[in-house]
Design a protein around this ligand. Sequence first.
Ligand SMILES: Nc1ncnc2c1ncn2[C@@H]1O[C@H](COP(=O)(O)OP(=O)(O)O)[C@@H](O)[C@H]1O
Ligand SMILES: N[C@@H](CCC(=O)OP(=O)(O)O)C(=O)O
Length: 374
Amino acid sequence: MEDIFEAPNVVVVKVGSSTLVDESGRPDRTFIGSLCDQAADLQERGYHVVIVSSGAVAAGMERLGLYARPTDMPGRQACAAAGQAALTEVYAEQLARRGVPCGQVLLTRRDLTDREGYLNARNTLGRMLELGAVPVVNENDTVSFTEINFGDNDMLGAIVAAMLNADLYVILSDIDGLYTANPAHDPTARLVLRVEEVTPKISAMAGGAGSAVGTGGMASKVRAARAMIAAGVPMVVCRGRERDSFRRVVEGERLGTRFEGPAGVQHESARKLWIGLAEMPRGSVLLDAGASRAILERGASVLPVGVTSAEGRFSTGDVVNVVSAEGALIGRGITRYSSEDIGRVHGLRLDVIARFMPEKDGQPVIHRDELLVF
Ligand SMILES: Nc1ncnc2c1ncn2[C@@H]1O[C@H](COP(=O)(O)OP(=O)(O)O)[C@@H](O)[C@H]1O
Ligand SMILES: N[C@@H](CCC(=O)OP(=O)(O)O)C(=O)O
């Protein structure tokens, strides 16, 4: 059997709620049918396709006769349960039309936080692809809650793409791609064709969701793009309802916005990506301006001297967020100091710390080999 992790042509496609449901809120059979046809066509051409599908909550609202998205967690989870069943029926039926088996994969961040769980999910997805099935992935919303969720499916898709070492990650949205500003508010906004680096200027262009059912907006797609550039997986955001857009992008047509780092740049190791993307942060370390620059510009380790404080309670070895002086999340890594330790050492040089904590002699807060910078 082919080794999927060595195989070229693994593509992950993520579809947003606003594209998946029709005006009445039902899973849109015609659109899902077309997506499944594109996946089957690509499979015939030697590609392996993973679909990351949102839409469970939106479809569940229709099934349960609700007119507005519930604001409480059990309400949303009940919708997700009903809607996920409705969605899977449609995917299974539409893929079966083309003789392609489909498999439902529901994940929470918790499933991927321990290395074993992560590798297990990776092996299962890999085996499904080797067996010719199309995994249809969503967050397991019925058991997921704020503290452990992926935030949105744009990031879940990025984690799956990094995990499978995919060749391309395509996000099908209700818009053509990233514009210089949200076109809903700024009629002069222009489509950005290519992004090599997610700079603060690029992040500032992207705003929140534009529809009642979408959640992350362009901002979450840009965050996912940052992770994909680190992983070395090219990512394209384009309009899902443009005819055969998924297949056309995979086959090399220039649609939407392509996020891809410059050629020849070294990519992050699989371990760093796992730390940064899958692991659940237990808290945050906040940096001063000099440390933020050193990390963003030179890929430096986080030293106690550049840390201003800690947020949350964490122990040595936990994954923590790294927050810049401006309050932006700039990375995630494994801390060698507990939150309590940080209270004692922040702002101090290593030689000073060694005098009263000899066991920390020479230890950065986060070593650069254990830090994923977004
Ligand atoms: N700079 C921008 N470029 C494009 N879209 C933007 C931008 N800023 C905000 N948006 C909004 O993001 C929306 C797409 O995200 P979202 O509503 O979450 O849809 P999806 O269901 O595809 O994830 C667009 O319809 C648009 O209203
Ligand atoms: N897991 C949720 C979707 C979350 C999400 O990211 O939605 P979207 O912004 O429409 O891609 C669901 O299936 O309803």
